[in-house]
Design a binder for this molecule. Structure first.
Ligand SMILES: NC(=O)c1ccc[n+]([C@@H]2O[C@H](COP(=O)([O-])OP(=O)(O)OC[C@H]3O[C@@H](n4cnc5c(N)ncnc54)[C@H](OP(=O)(O)O)[C@@H]3O)[C@@H](O)[C@H]2O)c1
Length: 299
C-alpha cells in the first residue's frame, strides 16, 4: 500500500482557486506550503507556509520540493507552460502526485474545436505529466475539470449576469445545463483526491457543484429580487465567429467567446453527472444552487 500524502505544495495559492484549495487542504489536515514568485506581493490563507521560488529553474524548484508528497498546481493561465519545469522538479524530488492546473472545461475531449487551440498548453502539460508517470510509476497525476468557476464567475461577470444593473445575456435558448463549480467545492475535491491516493491515481476527474441552465439562474434571480431583469439574447455561433476573428489577430480574449460556444450551445452536453461525474468517487455532495445565488445577491 502506498504511503499517505501529508505534505502538499500549492502552486499559486494566492490565486482565485489556489486560495480555496490551500484553505480546504489545511482544514483537511494536510501540511500546506505555497509556492510564490520572488517579488510577488500576494497574500496567503492562514496556516500556509510560503516559499519563494523561481519557476525558471528546475534545480531550485527541486530543492524547494524536497520532502513534499504532492504538488497541486493552480498557477495562472499565463504561466501554464512553466509547469513542465515543475513536473521535472517533482519527479527529481520524488514527489508522488502532481495535479495539473486545469480547472475548467474537460480539455481531454476538445477534438479540433477552436477552444482547443487556446487550451493546447494545458493539454501538453498534462500529456507531459502522464509521460513522466509512465517512466516513473510511483509518480502519479490528476487533472480536474470543474467547469465554470461559479461563485467567482457571478462576481466577475463570466456567468453573464449583473446584479447591479439587473441585466443578463442569454446565449442561444438558455436551456442548456452547464458544468459549474464553486471555488471551495474545488478545494474540497482536491482534499478528497489527496486523501485517497490509490483510488484517485492517474485519473482525469470531472466534478460539478451543479449543472444549472442560464434560464434556471434567470428565473431564480428574478423571483428572488422580485423584478424582471433586462435580458439580451445572443447566439453562440456569433460568439465563435467573434472568437475566430480575435484569434486571427492574436487576441487570446477569444477564449471567452469560444467558451460560450462550447458550454451554452443547445445540445452541447457539458453537464457533468452520473457516470461522467467524479463527485461520487470523491464523496462530494452537490452544492445548493439557490444558496449560492442568494449569497451572491446578498453580498
Ligand atoms: N473555470 C473557470 O471559470 C476558470 C476561471 C479562471 C481561471 N481558471 C483556471 O484555473 C487555474 C488557476 O487560475 P486562477 O484564476 O485561480 O489563477 P490566478 O489567480 O490568475 O493566479 C494564480 C497564481 O499564479 C501565480 N503565478 C505564477 N506565475 C505567474 C505569472 N507569470 N503571472 C501571474 N501569476 C503567476 C500567482 O501567485 P504568486 O503571485 O504568489 O506567484 C497567482 O496568484 C488556471 O488553470 C485557469 O486557467 C478557470
Amino acid at each position: 500500500m502506498a504511503s499517505p500524502i501529508k505534505n502538499v505544495v500549492v502552486v499559486g495559492a494566492s490565486g482565485n482557486v489556489g486560495k480555496e484549495v490551500a484553505r480546504e487542504l489545511v482544514k483537511a489536515g494536510f501540511n500546506v506550503t505555497a509556492f510564490s514568485r520572488e517579488g510577488s506581493t500576494a497574500t496567503f490563507p492562514e496556516n500556509v507556509a510560503v516559499k519563494k521560488v523561481d519557476y525558471e529553474s528546475v534545480e531550485s524548484l527541486t530543492s524547494s520540493l524536497e520532502g513534499q508528497d504532492a504538488v497541486v498546481s493552480t498557477i495562472a493561465t499565463v504561466a501554464i507552460g512553466s509547469q513542465k519545469r515543475l513536473i521535472d522538479a517533482a519527479v527529481a524530488a520524488k514527489v508522488k502526485r502532481y495535479i495539473s492546473s486545469e480547472f475548467g472545461v474537460n480539455s481531454r475531449v476538445l477534438g479540433d474545436a477552436p477552444i482547443g487551440k487556446i487550451l493546447r498548453g494545458k493539454v501538453e502539460v498534462l500529456d507531459y505529466a502522464i509521460e513522466k508517470s509512465k517512466e516513473n510509476p510511483w509518480f502519479t497525476w490528476n487533472g480536474v475539470s470543474s467547469g465554470l468557476f461559479f461563485d467567482w464567475g457571478l462576481r466577475v461577470g463570466s456567468v453573464g449576469f449583473n446584479k447591479d444593473t439587473k441585466t443578463a445575456i442569454i446565449y442561444d435558448s438558455g436551456n442548456e445545463p452547464f458544468q459549474a463549480s464553486n471555488l471551495d467545492f474545488i478545494g474540497r475535491a482536491i482534499a478528497a483526491i489527496l486523501s485517497q491516493p490509490e483510488k484517485t491515481a492517474n485519473q482525469y476527474l470531472s466534478i460539478a457543484s451543479f449543472n444549472p441552465s442560464q434560464n434556471q439562474i434567470l428565473k431564480f434571480v428574478e423571483e428572488e429580487t422580485g423584478e424582471k431583469w433586462k435580458v439580451e439574447h445572443a447566439s453562440t455561433d456569433e460568439q465563435e465567429k467573434i472568437g475566430l476573428e480575435k484569434l486571427s489577430k492574436g487576441d487570446f480574449s477569444a477564449f471567452s467567446n469560444f467558451l460560450r460556444k462550447h458550454i451554452f450551445t443547445d445540445g452541447a452536453g457539458r453537464a457533468v453527472k452520473g457516470e461522467g461525474s467524479a463527485n461520487g468517487l470523491l464523496g462530494l455532495q452537490e452544492d445548493d444552487l439557490a444558496t449560492t445565488l442568494r449569497e451572491w445577491l446578498r453580498t
